[in-house]
Write a protein that binds this ligand. Structure first.
Ligand code: CA
Length: 298
């Protein structure tokens, strides 16, 4: 009885070790046959704007890479992308941005063309592909606003009732001339709108504001307009933190439009030195802006 018990135990040990060795050799075998990936290296992902679409500043932060219709991943630029394929491969790369500059909200920017190519891949080889995209064509999208400050200023509707605060044109924009919002401890509030009303879709179709900026104090983007009852309204859209160097932001407007469904809209910027900031010795605040675009589908 005793012996039998031992031999059963031994059998168990043997079968376990057999199983283990089979297990190991199975995966070892897999490792040995694992294919060598091909690689693409994306050093940069930029935009070349068509003449109708103003200047070409952009901030594409990621590449969303598909090979033969499979999403391989979302790769921060510059990116090395391993692809388990060789020979002619259908590669599609979508330009990625961060909604409203928020890291946790990466998304494909719908108004830039994806890069679509039939690329010949070689195992173990790295192909360097600097990518240049462009806006969707002008028969698909349009700019409800395109403010470059290079041919004057349309941010002229003074909403703050202080004639000392306004947007001035300065030579040092992101590209060419730019706009400057300046407030001081004596004239501490600036609210300014563009000089025309426009309509925007409320059916869930994507709408974005693009803007280049650098600022030493927080400022806000607002929308002003009329409700269907004809009543005027104004709502905050996004508050933008201090940024020492020129930066670009892509602000999605779609959720706001869907929940408000106004008849018309006006683009508004607000800069305000708070009482606290003034009490702490801050005497002025500056926001530089350029290349404000409001993009929508036609
Ligand atoms: Ca400019």
């Amino acid at each position: 009885m005793h012996n039998l018990g031992n031999s059963k135990k031994m059998q168990k040990v043997i079968s376990l070790s057999l199983l283990l060795s089979l297990f190991v050799s199975f995966f070892w075998g897999c490792n040995k046959e694992e294919p060598i990936p091909s690689y693409i290296y994306i050093p940069s992902f930029t935009v070349e704007a068509q003449p109708d679409f103003g200047t070409s500043t952009s901030k594409i932060t990621e590449a969303w890479v598909y090979a033969n219709n499979d999403l391989l991943g979302v790769f921060p630029i510059p990116a090395t992308v391993p692809i388990l394929a060789t020979g002619e491969t259908d590669i599609r790369i979508f330009p990625g941005i961060h909604e409203a500059g928020i890291l946790a909200r990466p998304t494909i920017y719908p108004f830039y063309e994806p890069i679509i190519m039939n690329h010949v891949l070689t195992a173990g080889k790295i192909d360097t592909l600097p990518l240049v995209t462009q806006y969707l064509s002008s028969d698909k999208i349009e700019l409800a606003l395109n403010i470059t400050f290079d041919i004057g200023n349309v941010l002229t509707d003074d909403l703050d009732e202080d004639s000392a605060t306004l947007v001035t044109i300065v030579p040092e924009g992101a590209e060419g001339a730019g706009g400057l919002l300046l407030v001081t401890d004596t004239s501490s509030n600036l609210s300014v709108g563009n000089n025309s009303l426009f309509s925007l879709p409320a059916n869930g179709s994507q709408v974005y504001i693009e803007m280049d900026y650098r600022n030493d104090t927080k400022f806000s983007v607002w929308m002003r307009g009329h409700q269907s009852t004809g009543q005027g309204d104004i709502r905050p859209i996004s508050t933008i933190n201090e940024q020492e160097d020129w930066n670009k932001i892509y602000i999605p407007l779609t959720p706001f439009l869907q929940s408000n469904k106004w008849v018309d809209y006006q683009f508004v910027l607000n800069l305000k030195l708070t009482d606290d900031e003034i009490a702490n010795g801050k005497t002025e605040a500056k926001v530089y802006i350029d290349n404000i675009k409001l993009l929508r589908y036609k």
